[in-house]
Design a protein around this ligand. Structure first.
Ligand code: RNT
Ligand code: ZN
Length: 426
């Protein structure tokens, strides 16, 4: 058994932390209140290694992404996936969202082509979201499909391939809008396509022009922003598309700004030394909203579980510095099949939330004061000092306030669930 922190001790430590933060002008009670209002969209695909539920599914294929590992206990159907998600969400403080992919449709065992998907295929998810009071987000699934095998989908020179995917994304927008309407909470429909080339193409332009035409057709219909928000996710390279990706950052940034759509920045989709934190303020200068896919690349876009590292901290700090918690949507995007999948969900979500908490607790006004008075030595020194402020005591208090285990005690719950449920799965 892992140690469970005592409530009295957490309260005592919290009071001490309160005083320390108060000396820096930070009201910790207020920060905990803000934390409760910031949702993170938890990706359902960590629970089954991005396999989906299509009848006869073969698992993740093509698409420039890869889930490695074969840890036992993965969810094999929607009920198992929802049950696992509920368990994970019960170990995370706050009220969050769940991010779906089109191939998590429930079609009653009947094959339904992706361009024929309808909101009714997601009614169980919608009911479940209502019951659990969580918002839902959505993604068309443009990989793990024979019509994606050529490496080109919406930018394909083959008209029938392209039309199929255009119909699929249109169907996805319809579904996402219906989800948003039923939940009375806008649903983000995020588009990512794998299109690209393993080796240097002779023509980079034609697929991009075709992709632009496809997007024009897809986004022709206006839904308003009450129930549906559309976003576009770029990528620098993928497995099998190392030399060229049609939907690059420059491509989608230009398209999104021209057409009033939202950009999605995935923290693994840039050069390893490039940090998406640096891009946030530029995009917010021109765009009202922004979607972030929080991931952890290890040497490449490897989709490792998010941990509390410098990258995630700088992203959260940047959102704070831009005063943009109301404009930036946080979503998680990683898939590790080599460890307990619920542990992966909880670890990554808690890490992302800790980064947001640390950013909210930062005495930013002091940094600004130093900066504005030209005292950059003080700005540097303060940045270093703030790193050791007692955020952990505020985190623990936030957890118990939300009736979630503080410290490593949540692992006991996972171990119990693993014995009782996961080990019984084949
Ligand atoms: C792929 C993108 C995309 C996917 C999910 C499954 O590189 O990051 O967001 O991970 O759609
Ligand atoms: Zn992503």
């Amino acid at each position: 058994m892992y140690p469970v922190l005592l409530k009295e001790q957490i309260e005592e430590n919290y009071l001490r932390a309160c005083k320390t933060y108060a000396a820096y002008g930070i009201d910790t009670d207020k920060v905990i209140g803000i934390m409760k209002s910031i949702p993170v969209s938890i990706h359902c695909w960590q629970g089954d290694d991005v396999a989906g539920f299509e009848p006869g599914k073969k698992g993740l294929s093509g698409g420039g992404i890869l889930a490695t590992g074969n840890y036992p206990g993965k969810a094999g159907n929607a009920d198992e996936l929802r049950m696992d998600l509920e368990k994970a969400m019960s170990l995370v403080p706050g009220r969050h969202r769940v991010n779906l992919h089109a191939f998590y449709a429930e079609t009653g065992g009947k094959p339904v082509e992706r361009d024929q998907l309808k909101p009714e295929h997601f009614k169980n998810w919608i009911e479940w979201a209502k019951k659990n009071k969580t918002g839902l987000d959505f993604n068309p699934t443009i990989f793990s499909h024979p019509l994606a095998d050529s490496g080109y989908t919406l930018s394909s020179r083959d008209k029938s391939v392209r039309s199929f995917w255009i119909r699929h994304v249109k169907a996805s927008r319809e579904i996402a809008c219906q989800i948003g309407r039923e939940l009375k909470n806008p649903c983000i429909n995020n588009l990512w396509i794998p299109d690209g080339s393993k080796d240097t193409p002779a023509d980079r332009l034609t697929p991009r022009i075709i992709l632009k035409d496809s997007l024009d057709e897809i986004y022709e219909k206006h839904y308003g922003s009450d129930f549906l928000l559309d976003s576009l996710e770029s990528k620098l390279f993928g497995i099998g598309s190392e030399s060229y990706v049609a939907g690059s950052h420059e491509f989608y940034l230009s398209y999104a700004l021209k057409n009033g759509l939202m950009i999605c920045l995935d923290s693994g989709h840039f050069h390893p030394t490039e940090n998406i934190a640096d891009k946030i303020s530029s995009i917010l200068t021109f765009s009202r909203e922004l979607l972030l896919h929080l991931s952890r690349g290890v040497r490449w876009d490897s989709d490792h579980v998010v941990t509390l590292n410098d990258q995630i901290l700088s992203i959260a700090q940047e959102v704070k510095h831009c005063r943009a918690f109301g404009r930036v949507h946080f979503a998680l995007d990683y898939f590790d099949a080599s460890i307990n999948r619920i542990t992966a969900w909880v670890t990554g979500t808690r890490a992302a939330l800790k980064a947001i908490l640390i950013a909210l607790l930062e005495p930013t006004d002091m940094l600004l004061q130093a900066e504005n008075s030209g005292n950059l030595g003080e700005r540097l020194a303060l940045t270093e000092e703030f790193k050791t402020l007692p955020f952990g005591n505020v985190w623990n208090k936030y957890c118990i306030d939300e009736s979630v285990p503080a410290g490593s005690g949540w692992l006991n719950t996972i171990n119990e669930y693993t014995e009782r449920i996961l080990k019984k799965r084949d």
